[in-house]
Write a protein that binds this ligand. Structure first.
Ligand code: ZN
Length: 251
């Protein structure tokens, strides 16, 4: 089986980070498909944001439009059966003994990447792109760089095909993520992210803030608000050399 080295599958949830990853992938890869995973999350509203974000990106960035391929959606409702967490049930979000928030679905990213790799293989794509990040990872061990590198090796061996896991946000703060998206798509991309992406764990889109929609109080809103505040105050810091290597070829 030969996979297209310029073909990528982006784990695209409809949040700020995965939208940044989508833009990043569209700048670098000639064929980009997207995957949304429904695992019974309370903030399922983010899944509804996905088609609008894809449409808006294709309209706003004509150079990226021909690269944006199929969208896929997988139903992993069984995750809700094997995890009793605040992401999938009506419970308060709090820290548990051991320091992990109860939004933690054990091994979630490993499961997601396993399914994503199977799909990518079938579609002939050799790159998986995800927004995992150690900088503000809330202690999730499956977001760690070494975890994902080990997963890349396991997937490549298990599929007997090169499968690269790219995590462009791994070492970035939330403020630097806004800087990256501005570099990729200018203020138009950041406006699109503010307006159309969803982060709030409670699925609240009734309140509009400068940084987007959300309850304003849950940990996801707090993280997004703080990142936006730091970014707009000019505290993002340099991102050159962090997100990448040589500038990508112009599309
Ligand atoms: Zn919220």
């Amino acid at each position: 089986m030969s996979l297209d080295p310029r073909g990528a599958l982006v784990l695209f949830s409809g949040g700020q980070d995965s939208t940044a990853c989508l833009a990043w992938a569209l700048e670098r890869h000639t064929r980009v498909e997207t995957l949304g995973i429904d695992y019974g999350q309370r903030h399922r509203i983010e899944l509804d944001c996905r088609p609008r974000i894809r449409e808006a990106i294709a309209q706003t960035f004509p150079a990226w439009a021909p690269r944006l391929g199929e969208d896929h959606r997988l139903d992993l409702g069984l995750l809700g059966q094997i995890s009793d967490t605040a992401l999938t049930s009506e419970r308060a979000i709090e820290l548990q003994a051991g320091g992990l928030p109860n939004t933690f679905v054990p091994g979630r990213n490993l499961l997601f990447l396993g399914f994503a790799a199977a799909l990518a293989y079938r579609r002939g794509l050799s790159v998986l792109v995800g927004g995992m990040c150690e900088t503000d990872y809330s202690g999730y061990p499956d977001c760690r760089d070494n975890t994902l590198k080990a997963m890349q090796v396991a997937l490549s061996l298990g599929l007997d095909a090169p499968m690269t896991v790219e995590t462009p946000l791994m070492w970035l703060s939330k403020a630097q993520t806004w800087a990256v998206t501005e570099r990729l798509g200018g203020p138009a991309l950041n406006d699109l992210i503010v307006e159309h992406t969803h982060s709030c764990y409670l699925g609240d889109r009734s309140q509009r803030h400068g940084w987007g929609y959300g309850c304003g109080a849950c940990p996801a809103c707090e993280l997004r608000r703080q990142g936006w505040t730091d970014w707009t105050a000019g505290r993002a810091g340099g991102v050159a050399g962090v997100v990448g290597d040589a500038p990508p070829p112009k599309v």
